[in-house]
Design a protein around this ligand. Sequence first.
Ligand SMILES: NC(=O)c1ccc[n+]([C@@H]2O[C@H](COP(=O)([O-])OP(=O)(O)OC[C@H]3O[C@@H](n4cnc5c(N)ncnc54)[C@H](OP(=O)(O)O)[C@@H]3O)[C@@H](O)[C@H]2O)c1
Length: 275
Amino acid sequence: MAAKTIVLTGASDGIGAAAAAELRRRGHRVVLVGRSPDKTREVAGRLQAPWHVADFAHLSSVRALAADLLAGYPRIDVLANNAGAIFGRERQVSADGHEMTFQVNYLAPFLLTRLLTDRLIESRGTVINTSSLANRLFGNLDLADLESERNYDPRRAYGNSKLEQIMFTFELDRRYRSHGLTSTAFHPGVIASNFSGVAGSAMHAAYHTPLRRLLGTPEKGARTLVFLADGTPGEDYPTGRYFVRSRPARPNRQARSGTLDLALWNRTTAMLQQD
Ligand SMILES: NC(=O)c1ccc[n+]([C@@H]2O[C@H](COP(=O)([O-])OP(=O)(O)OC[C@H]3O[C@@H](n4cnc5c(N)ncnc54)[C@H](OP(=O)(O)O)[C@@H]3O)[C@@H](O)[C@H]2O)c1
């Protein structure tokens, strides 16, 4: 199989760093995107890979990243939107005025994808979104309260952001599959990583106590991402789907109708035009 150019966010740690290592081992050109320059440089040095940094809490940083990627890579075969986080009990607002979970996990990757869409179409590329089972456990989307202004709870905000990612995946695939751009989302498993590192966050205890040894390794968490990035979309697996353990699975019922996907897409596009 020909080597692909794979842009991978959240590549400085956990599932992203493990996926980057395996995709490099398989001969692909992996473009690492991290937030921390020191951590990203260290992983890039080990993998002999190009690297960039961006903080998704700032949409200006996402726009600068997209400009660098467009200037640096004439082909982008895969965009893996893997960066993500869960936040603490107090609702936080980004520099752009958005609830932090909504921005970092959904709005920033949506913006990055839209800024790279033409390049991805030219490359007949694919977008892979790292979602989470939390879309089913905690997701309950209210289009009238996307920023959790009325009803903030960290797990619900996280579950909603991961549900929004799935709806975005489905709508992107629906719109662009006939143009050559496909998209899939997946749940990586419950993985011992730096995830939920914010003390006091809803899931901190599970990830940072002795319970941690019951969780999967980052390498295991990377398997579905590697399967999707390495394979041929539409041939090795169906696109416009949500995957668990490298197989199509059922997401939250809110993502199954298609109507809400379109409404969310339009609302998000309008929001970004105002920023
Ligand atoms: N671990 C699990 O059990 C689990 C389960 C379901 C889904 N997921 C999802 O899997 C993905 C990877 O998580 P992980 O478990 O590998 O966690 P991790 O070890 O904490 O890695 C998260 C990555 O995202 C980056 N990131 C965090 N906030 C960012 C921001 N504001 N701007 C840019 N990059 C940012 C981190 O950068 P830094 O290195 O600078 O922090 C890091 O590279 C996430 O989307 C997460 O929601 C994880």
